[in-house]
Design a protein around this ligand. Structure first.
Ligand SMILES: [Mn+2]
Length: 424
């Protein structure tokens, strides 16, 4: 479903005078808004192909209707999001849920919609139909070399799909680990995994990056073979310069200091990318910024500090992706909210007075350091984010327009009420 430029124009026209008034108020207190707005325009967040349908839990799934039935419709949905917010110009594909059977056609369709292919994701956490050997007891770590070889081969196929589409990175998340003490020899599991990763790394195209994602627990509940950033960093360091750690916000033990992890990974030149989501307890897959917006701001604060200190490009030097899919919301509305939350946190972090903060730190003025951060966090940057969208020919209020146009009903009309998108 396409949104016509005139629908966006009419929507913006109605809201324009109120928007301009708010923007003027903001601009009076926030310096350098043009530079900041340009950074917001440039910043793009990749949408995962598995977040376009309603997610589920092991207890149940309640589809919203009108879910995309194939990869073409998933690309259509992302194009729809991007025409509203102009910040979702990339898709992150999951194989085998979204195998591009006709890559030339898929690439042409995406290009036509202004969508590029971000990181490819492999899947050795499920057994697929017709699969010879089972991943029940792990994949790249498996005690049986034949299983490891099968998982390696799958990752090489994912790279080849990605090459056809113009992707430049592979994300490996492993569910490998153990559920009970004694089940696994930790050292051997690590070494098997490393050896397997080495074989994948050896076949990685020269301009590609390998992202190693970690997770503290689930589906294994005693040990995870890539369980935290230390283990991921060990693998990345041993593999070489094209291997990086990927941080998924929901993959930490409760109350982990993620902003400190980010800062140190950037220092080591080993932070590769991000999976945004939010959570209260674990890997809850909730909308970005819905539970802990201050933590999200603090993470962006460290990202900007670390990237700027190394002269990195905010837009292109790290992989920015959402990884969430939940049970009760319209998935497209959820993604609009998530992207907006990311932009707000990014804009707030750009407001931090870095030289004042550095000075406060240098004289141990703890109170002032806190004031500087919280002053930025408590600034209402929403008019700036809206202005960035307006300048990029998106909608001033994407979610409101999504609802005004009855997009979900239209999707249900054209795709049916009982469609279920591939994914978890
Ligand atoms: Mn993830």
């Amino acid at each position: 479903m396409e949104i016509s430029p005139s629908a966006i124009h009419d929507h913006n026209d109605k809201l324009l005078s109120t928007h301009k008034r708010k923007l003027e108020q903001t601009a009076a207190t926030i310096p350098a808004t043009n530079d900041l707005i340009q950074k917001l325009i440039d910043f793009q967040v990749a949408i995962p192909s598995w977040a376009l349908g309603t997610g589920g839990t092991r207890f149940g799934r309640f589809p919203a209707g009108g879910e995309p039935r194939n990869l073409e419709e998933k690309i259509d949905d992302i194009a729809l999001l991007n025409s509203l917010n102009k910040s979702s110009g990339a898709i992150s594909l999951h194989i085998p849920w979204d195998i591009p059977e006709n890559p030339k056609h898929i690439k042409a369709l995406a290009t036509q919609c202004g969508i590029r292919f971000d990181a490819m994701n492999s899947n050795t956490f499920q057994d697929q139909k017709d699969q010879k050997l089972s991943y029940k007891f792990g994949s790249l770590q498996h005690v049986d070399k034949a299983v490891r070889d099968q998982a390696i081969e799958h990752n090489l196929q994912v790279i080849s799909h990605g090459e056809n589409l113009g992707s430049k990175s592979l994300t490996i998340w492993l569910s490998d680990g153990s559920c009970f003490p004694g089940q696994l020899n930790f050292r051997k599991a690590f070494q098997n995994t490393l050896e397997s990763l080495e074989q994948i790394y050896a076949k990685l195209p020269s301009d590609w990056k390998l992202f190693i994602e970690y997770k503290a627990f689930e589906p294994n509940f005693y040990s995870m073979t890539v369980g935290d950033w230390g283990q991921s960093l060990l693998y990345a360091n041993k593999l070489g310069p094209k291997a990086f750690t990927l941080v998924d916000l929901g993959h930490h033990l409760p109350n982990a200091n993620i902003e400190q992890i980010v800062s140190l990974l950037l220092m080591e030149e080993k932070l590769g990318g991000f999976h945004f989501n939010d959570s209260k307890y674990g890997d809850d897959d909730l909308t970005v910024g819905s539970i802990r917006p201050y933590q999200l701001f603090l993470i962006f604060n460290e990202l900007i500090e670390g990237m700027d200190s190394r002269g990195m490009n905010h837009t292109s030097d790290l992989g920015w992706m959402i990884d969430a899919s939940h049970n009760v919301k319209d998935p497209l509305e959820d993604l609009l909210q998530s992207v907006e939350a990311i932009q707000i946190a990014y804009a707030q972090a750009l407001l931090v007075d870095r030289s004042a903060l550095e000075h406060a730190q240098s004289i141990n003025d703890v109170t002032q350091a806190q004031e500087i951060l919280q002053d930025a966090f408590r600034s209402d940057v929403r008019p700036l984010v809206a202005e960035a969208r307006l300048k990029a020919h998106g909608a001033l209020q994407p979610l409101a327009l999504f609802r005004e146009l009855n997009i979900r009903s239209e999707l249900i009309k054209s795709r049916g009420v009982k469609t279920i998108a591939t994914g978890l």
